[in-house]
Every structure is written in structure tokens, then in C-alpha cells.
Design a protein around this ligand. Structure first.
Ligand code: MLT
Length: 256
């Protein structure tokens, strides 16, 4: 399997992802928040690329079962029920609900990769679980770092590198591109203290200025969950480890 990393979403257009296996990473904070919402039993997350579209979609949905969430410049958008802090997506608030989510970089990157055959969302909190799934899938993987305003961001690239190292431990047939080698090297250098690394990033500093240091701490908890969001029918749903085991044994039976 070959692994490639897009250090910013600019390095490919939408059609590039057609039929590919893709992972989108926006550690601070969209990926971390999406994973948390699904862990807390949100029915689904509907990622959107514009605020206008978020409002339009919410207009056509059943009121009480739908929440509008997201941020502009890290702050909750006027008229939205939720911002983009993972702590806002508690079980009490999101259980059984559809969440329409707009974020400056993360949901845009997800929508850019929407033509992928398989599309997953990754953050530090679920990296090992996703690595196991990808190593088993044994398909080429495109990792998209959401970055900031189409620029490189350290935390997404370090997370990409961590994901690659974990896959390499489980699958002997991995080859990696130059950008993947660079991400893995960054992860080896800066991934030992994830919280410290993230506090010093551009986005980390902005979050701290806006009172979200606890979000960074939460996002730095490596492998705190097994949940994997996957994109299907224009929404992100929870793929559980047990479900993956059942699916892969069903595939084995079919190919026998
Ligand atoms: C984004 O998508 O740009 C981020 O999730 C922004 C944020 O920290 O809320």
C-alpha cells in the first residue's frame, strides 16, 4: 500500500480523490469535535463547505432533531446552536441528533474529498484505531491535512505522521511519498509531547487567546477513543471496531 500526504488541501482538486481511500485531519478542532460528537451518539454529522449552505440544509430538516454547529475565527456563528469545541458535543446535547457542521478549514477539506471511495476522519484521539482499519484494508491512502486557510499546519502534519508510523507497524508492504516521509519525521521530532507541540502552533495560540486551552488538552489525548467517522451518503457516521471486524470477516467469506 502506498501512503501520500497532502500537506495542505490545495495540492489536489476534488476530482483527484475520486475512488480513493482518503483520511482528512483537522486536529484543532474539527476532526476532534466530529469524533467526539459521534462517540456521544450523534446520529450523523453533515459537513458543509459554506455557512449559507448550513443554514439552507437546516431549513429543510426536522427542527428538534437537528443542530447547527461550527465556527468562524474559532467563535460560534450567530444563530448556530453550537460552536466547534468538542466539549459542546456532549451526549446530553447531541445524542440521536443530526449535526450540520461548518468549520473554516476542516469541513471544507472533507467536502473537497467527497468523491473518495472511502473517506475517514482522523485526529490524535483515534489514530491507532484508524491505523488498524487502514492496515487491514491494505489500499493506497491519501491523507489530507486541512491546515489553516490553505497553509501548512504543524498539528495536522504531525498527526498524519503518527498515523503513518502506526500503519507501518501493522502492514509490511507500505511505501510512502516524500510528503509522508516528512510528516513521519515531524511526528518523530514533535509528537512526544502533543499538548506542548499544539500549544505552540499558530492555531493553538489563537485557541488559547480565545479561552480554548482545554480543547487543546483534550485533542492531545492520544488514542482516547476507538471511534472512526466515515463518510457515506454525504454524511459522517460512526464506524465501530466491532462493526469493522464483522465486515472484514464477511469479506473473507466472500473472497474464499
Ligand atoms: C477549522 O476547521 O478551521 C477549525 O476546526 C477551526 C477551529 O478551531 O474551530
Amino acid at each position: 500500500m502506498k501512503i501520500n500526504v497532502h500537506l495542505t488541501p490545495l495540492s489536489a482538486d476534488e476530482l483527484y480523490f475520486t475512488g480513493k481511500t482518503t483520511v482528512v485531519i483537522d486536529v484543532l478542532r474539527a476532526s476532534t469535535t466530529i469524533i467526539t460528537a459521534l462517540q456521544n451518539n450523534a446520529k450523523e454529522i453533515i459537513p458543509v463547505a459554506t455557512v449559507e449552505f448550513a443554514v439552507k440544509v437546516s431549513g429543510g430538516m426536522f427542527g428538534g432533531q437537528t443542530l447547527l454547529g461550527g465556527e468562524r475565527n474559532t467563535k460560534k456563528i450567530e444563530g448556530f446552536a453550537l460552536g466547534n469545541s468538542p466539549f459542546e458535543y456532549s451526549e446530553e446535547i447531541v445524542s440521536g441528533k443530526s449535526v450540520i457542521l461548518y468549520t473554516t478549514n476542516g469541513t471544507k477539506a472533507i467536502m473537497k474529498a467527497k468523491f473518495s471511495a472511502d473517506l475517514f476522519v482522523c485526529a490524535f484521539i483515534n489514530v491507532s484505531s484508524l491505523a488498524r482499519h487502514l492496515a487491514e484494508l491494505n489500499k493506497d491512502v491519501e491523507i489530507v491535512c486541512a491546515g489553516r486557510s490553505n497553509n501548512f499546519s504543524m498539528e495536522d502534519s504531525v498527526c498524519a505522521g503518527k498515523l503513518i508510523s502506526e500503519i507501518e507497524k501493522l502492514n509490511e508492504n507500505v511505501t510512502i511519498t516524500d510528503s509522508a516521509i516528512a510528516s513521519r519525521a515531524l511526528s518523530k521530532s514533535f509528537g512526544k509531547s502533543i499538548f506542548k507541540m499544539m500549544k505552540e502552533t499558530e492555531h493553538g495560540k489563537i485557541l488559547i487567546e480565545n479561552g480554548f486551552e482545554e480543547d487543546i488538552k483534550y485533542a492531545s489525548k492520544l488514542n482516547s477513543t476507538d471511534v472512526i467517522p466515515y463518510f457515506t451518503g454525504n454524511v459522517l457516521k460512526l464506524m465501530q471496531v466491532e462493526q469493522m471486524a464483522v465486515e472484514s470477516s464477511a469479506e473473507e467469506v466472500q473472497t474464499d
